[in-house]
Design a protein around this ligand. Structure first.
Ligand code: AN7
Length: 347
């Protein structure tokens, strides 16, 4: 049996022996060495942390396992969140697991089909609001005083604590800390959590610290602009966020690590998305390609030098957003089931 993140990392998490070991088998995701993108960039040690292989298909499951466990321990009956999709899918899954109710608040027209389907299938109550993710988050944050309702957005400190285990795993898998880590940034909980995880390891075992490079979409890049974006726009719906909750900790992660937070265009995101699928066999949703797009951009301007190993975090699975996978492709027509027709294709 695969132990979940609470069981594996209890010593480094805010849990006691009384905290339920809630798990769907999250974490323990593969660190896949690049086979073609790395060599094309002259990078020998480029890796992808494939977080899309978590139980609900995104990195959110790490923090959600812990947030759910602590909610159960505190006697909550409902998990509440605002979401661009993956948090809602994850909260819905863990709520189902524990016999809790999930109430997820999502922006109208702002969630990829697979994620909405997940929340429905897991039995969540879905509230579609006329407004952005930022409005939805502002709304749910107002329900802070009801002990029966646990808010499980990354403003919940257990989300960040659970999520930091991804940094622990990367160091275990590499046998050292990477020199650089690339991660997409939306509400900025993930970059915050990685930095906390790496810093804790450095204190505990003297591991070195990576430079963190956060990628925002050009049309939704408040941390790059230095001010909130009222109408965030990008093909990468997961990171269509204009006013990140973990703003100051993301900036601290950037500055303390000697990294960057930079914007990539939708075209760059979709080009990276395509290369991951076609050159690596790694299917991700558009937001997850943003970190790789930033790596490609920095490599093109020779900003990387010989910093290795490099890890790109692939945050969500490609099947989350089937529409994005088939953009610009033609679905093939049916052929006769004859050898002749097959040979015509094989050449
Ligand atoms: C695939 O689900 O905000 O910077 O509500 O789904 O920690 O927000 C999702 C974010 C990156 C950005 N990649 O992470 C939500 C939500 C994927 C994501 C991010 C998200 P944060």
């Amino acid at each position: 049996m695969t132990a979940g993140i609470i069981e594996r990392y209890a010593a480094y998490l805010p849990v006691t022996s009384a905290t339920p070991r809630v798990t769907l088998g999250e974490g323990s995701t593969p660190l896949v060495r690049s086979s073609r993108i790395g060599p094309a960039l002259g990078l020998d040690q480029l890796y992808f942390k494939y977080e899309g292989l978590n139980p609900s298909g995104s990195f959110k499951d790490r923090g959600m396992a812990l947030a759910t466990a602590r909610a159960v321990e505190a006697g909550a009956r409902t998990l509440l969140c605002a979401s661009t999709g993956n948090t809602s899918a994850s909260a819905s899954a863990y709520a189902a697991r524990c016999g809790l109710r999930a109430v997820v608040v999502v922006p109208a027209g702002g969630v990829a089909a697979g994620k909405l389907a997940q929340a429905l299938a897991y039995g969540a109550i879905i509230l579609i609001v006329k407004g952005s993710f930022d409005r939805a988050l502002k709304l749910v944050r107002q329900v802070a005083d009801d002990p029966a309702v646990a808010l499980v957005n990354s403003v919940n400190p257990y989300r960040i604590e659970g999520q930091k285990t991804a940094a622990f795993e990367i160091v275990e898998q590499l046998g050292r800390a990477p020199a650089e880590l690339y991660v997409p940034v939306g509400n900025a909980g993930n970059i915050t959590a990685y930095w906390r995880g790496f810093c804790e390891l450095a204190r505990r075992s003297g591991a070195s610290l990576p430079a963190l490079h956060g990628a925002q979409a050009e049309g939704a890049a408040p941390l790059v602009a230095g001010r909130p974006v009222t109408r965030p726009r990008t093909v990468a719906s997961a990171i269509r966020i204009g006013n990140p909750a973990s703003w100051s900790t993301a900036i601290a992660a950037r500055d303390e690590s000697g990294g960057t937070i930079d914007a990539v265009s939708d075209a760059e995101i979709m080009a990276a998305h395509r290369r991951l699928a076609r050159e690596e066999g790694l299917l991700v949703e558009p937001a997850s390609a943003a970190g790789v797009a930033l790596l490609l951009k920095r490599a093109a301007s020779s900003a990387i030098g010989n910093a290795e190993p490099i890890v790109c975090v692939l945050t969500g699975h490609g099947l989350k957003d089937p529409q994005a996978l088939t953009r610009g492709s033609r679905v093939p027509r049916a052929i006769e089931p004859t050898l002749k027709a097959l040979r015509r294709v094989l050449g």
